[in-house]
Each structure stands twice: as structure tokens, then as C-alpha cells.
Design a protein around this ligand. Structure first.
Ligand code: PMP
Length: 403
């Protein structure tokens, strides 16, 4: 059976060169960077410092601006809560977009309970946030604007440079969640006017369990984990040295090879996009047609349930994502969340005929044969789902009756 992983937006395989860089720090170099008096500790300090340089290089930041975390979720929490709490005296208002990941949206909940106000800026039908809407949402008491760099579910790249400029002009901190984009498309924290940038190693061929928040010089945050004084006092706890070393290596590889990957993924993505467009009827692409992540193809098909499409694809050895991978497993939320993710709702997909989307996200190792395999099985899967769908059959009847 085929074994086609087209779900690189959820995670990427570890690059063998990254594993090689990490191995000594999983075996003979086991020092704790806080024990910097002895040789093992010093080796760990040097390794973490070297990784800081590489990660900073990926986004045009300075090494001392990198705070290593356990991943994107922690980095987003530190950015949102840390900025709000440290600036609470200036004001208690935040601006975010409605298409942010839950690690941003849900980090706002405890702040709301403590009297912070949040303005949620809408996205258009392509998932794009209008910088003018951000401008209008900023108030004298606004302390932070958070708009993601790229959306994992629909692939849209947001106009962060313009949004950053607006936030800078109004002296409001700007955070951008670059989890889905870092290592895949260029991002320069300075050009984007970003004071805070979230990064995640496992999204660019690094290890899981390591991420970073870029905290630009001069920006103060309230630490969210109390304890020792690691990571400039922002993140207590012994560093994940092997993970950090892996993130550093992955960042260097991405800086060097990103352009080549984007060309490869751009061509394969085009082939997949054109292929599904010509072979599957009633298909609607999601996200921006051009300002999107390379190798990211997302769509929904009328009357074909996203989760079922996913299941049938997996029977054919194809692994993809449906809706938002992170939203289909929510506790305590209304049922609608299970079928239409907040992102799909935000871009206005009609919930009566759209019951979930498909996201194919290709990786640097993806091939044309894999794309062709997907194109050979997808139309048959869709037909089968339609045959099983009473609503689709009703719709067909109506068409035949001329209604
Ligand atoms: N931000 C974005 C944009 C994401 O897509 C995700 C999910 N990969 C996260 C944050 C959270 O990442 P993680 O679960 O790795 O912490």
C-alpha cells in the first residue's frame, strides 16, 4: 500500500542531519547549561548558544532575542499573557484575528476573566486580515496586536509587514505566530515590525518539544513559568538541550534550503491543485489563491464530509488533514466545532453544504508520483461519499427536477 504523508502542516519528519547533530546531546554530552563550572555544563552552554545564533538567523533576530520554549503553544502563551501582564498598567485591550490558532485564542480566555478586553478582527473569504481593520481596532489602551504569519488550515499568508507597521506607529506590541510558515517562507522580524515571533522546530524538520519565542530587545514580558533563571528569566526549567541543538540545526538547514524547497513544493502543489480542480466537481479551494504556503492545497467538496474523505484517503495510504487538525477533538465545545472549524466559519463557507475541508501539505521529500497517486484515488472517493450522502442525493434529485 502507498504510504504518502501529505500532512506536513501538522508536523514534519526529522531531517537526518538534525538527528545527527542531536545525537551527542542525547548520549555523551549530557551536561546541564546551569552547571557551567565544569566541562559537561560548558559544552551544553556552548551548544545552546550556537543554536540561538542559528534560530535568530532564520528570522533576522539577534541571538539574545531568542527564548527557547517547549513549542509553539508555550511560546504563544508567553507572548499573549506575558505581554498583557507586563503592560497591564498602560492598558488592558488586545487585538487578534479570528483565524488564529487556539493556542492564541484560548490564551486570551484567562485574560478576559481578569478584565482584559479583546477585539477580534475578521478575515475575508480568502482568510486575509485587512490591515485597515487592525488600524481601526487599535485603541489608546491597546497593548498587543497578534496576527499569525500563515494559517495552517487554509495556507493564507497574512500581510504582517503592514500590520506590524501600523502597530509600531501606534506603539503597540506586535506578535506574529509563525509556526506554520517559519522555515518555509522568509520572515524577517525587523521588516515585519514584529516584537514577538513564535517558532516551532517540528514544523521545519526539527524535533518535537522545542520552539522559541523571539522577544525583541527592549520588550518586557511577564514570565509564565516560575522557578530558576534560565532563558533570560523568561522560562524557568532546565533547557531541552538536545531539542534546542536540533532546532538550531534545523533552522540553519531551512535558512540555506528554503528557496529550493519552495520551488519544489510550488511545482508539486500546482500539479495537485490543477489536478483536483479538473477531476473533482463541486470543489472549492480555501485560502488565498496566490499568497499562500508553498505545497499547501486546501479545499472542500460540496456534500463530501471532510473526516470521511480523510478516512478513505487513509485507506488508500494517503495521510492528510481535515479542517483544523487541532479543532476536531475539543472537549466542552458545541457540536458545530466538530464539523466546521473556526477558520472555515471565519471565511464564510456555507455550513449546510460544507462539512469539513481537506488540507494536503506537501514536504521537501514529496514526489510527483505521490501527487499522481492522490489524483488517481480522490475522484473515486468523492463519488463514493456522494453515493452515501442523502443530502447529495436530494440535491441531485432537485437538479433533475429542474429545481
Ligand atoms: N500555531 C499555529 C499556527 C499552529 O498551526 C499550531 C499547530 N501546529 C500551533 C500554533 C501549536 O503548535 P504546537 O501544538 O506544536 O504547540
Amino acid at each position: 500500500m502507498a504510504n504518502i504523508f501529505f500532512d506536513h502542516i501538522s508536523t514534519t519528519p526529522l531531517d537526518p542531519r538534525v538527528l545527527e547533530a542531536m545525537m551527542p546531546y542525547l548520549t555523551e554530552r549530557y551536561g546541564n547549561p546551569s552547571s557551567h563550572i565544569h566541562d559537561q555544563g560548558q559544552q551544553a552552554v556552548r551548544a545552546v548558544d550556537a543554536a540561538r545564533v542559528e534560530v535568530a538567523g532564520l528570522v533576522g533576530a539577534k541571538p539574545q532575542e531568542i527564548v527557547f520554549t517547549s513549542g509553539a503553544t508555550e511560546a504563544n502563551n508567553l507572548a499573549i499573557k506575558g505581554a498583557a501582564e507586563s503592560r497591564g498598567k498602560k492598558g488592558r485591550h488586545l487585538v487578534v484575528s479570528e483565524v488564529e490558532h487556539f493556542s492564541v485564542l484560548n490564551a486570551l480566555l484567562p485574560l478576559r476573566n481578569r478584565g482584559f478586553e479583546v477585539t477580534t478582527v475578521k478575515a475575508d473569504g480568502d482568510g486575509k486580515v485587512d490591515p485597515d481593520d487592525v488600524r481601526r481596532a487599535i485603541r489608546p489602551d491597546t497593548v498587543l496586536v497578534s496576527v499569525m504569519h500563515a494559517n495552517a488550515e487554509i495556507g493564507t499568508v497574512e500581510p504582517v509587514e503592514e500590520i506590524g507597521r501600523i502597530a509600531n506607529e501606534r506603539e503597540v506590541l506586535f506578535h506574529t505566530d509563525a509556526t506554520a510558515s517559519a522555515g518555509h517562507i522568509p520572515l524577517n522580524a525587523g521588516t515585519a515590525g514584529a516584537d514577538l515571533v513564535t517558532l516551532s522546530a517540528h514544523n521545519f524538520y526539527g524535533p518535537k518539544g522545542t520552539g522559541a519565542l523571539v522577544v525583541r530587545e527592549g520588550v518586557r514580558l511577564e514570565s509564565q513559568i516560575d522557578g530558576g533563571f534560565q532563558e533570560m528569566g523568561y522560562r524557568a526549567g532546565t533547557e531541552n538541550v538536545p531539542g534546542i541543538v536540533g532546532m538550531g540545526r534545523a533552522a540553519r538547514i531551512a535558512s540555506e534550503e528554503m528557496g529550493e524547497w519552495a520551488r519544489h513544493l510550488g511545482a508539486l502543489g500546482k500539479r495537485l491543485r490543477e489536478g483536483v480542480a479538473s477531476s473533482v466537481e463541486h470543489l472549492h479551494f480555501t485560502g488565498h489563491p496566490t499568497d499562500r504556503l508553498p505545497g499547501h492545497v486546501s479545499f472542500w467538496v460540496e456534500y463530501a464530509e471532510g473526516e470521511s474523505l480523510l478516512l478513505f484517503l487513509s485507506v488508500h495510504g494517503v495521510m492528510a488533514a481535515s479542517g483544523s487538525a487541532c479543532s476536531s477533538n475539543l472537549k466542552g465545545r458545541d457540536e458545530e466545532d466538530l464539523v466546521a472549524s473556526h477558520v472555515l466559519r471565519a471565511i464564510g463557507v456555507p455550513s449546510d453544504i460544507c462539512t469539513g475541508s481537506i488540507t494536503f501539505s506537501l514536504g521537501k521529500g514529496s514526489t510527483g508520483q505521490e501527487v499522481d497517486h492522490v489524483l488517481s484515488v480522490l475522484p473515486g472517493i468523492v463519488r463514493r461519499l456522494w453515493e452515501m450522502s442523502p443530502t447529495y442525493l436530494d440535491y441531485q434529485k432537485k437538479i433533475q427536477q429542474g429545481g
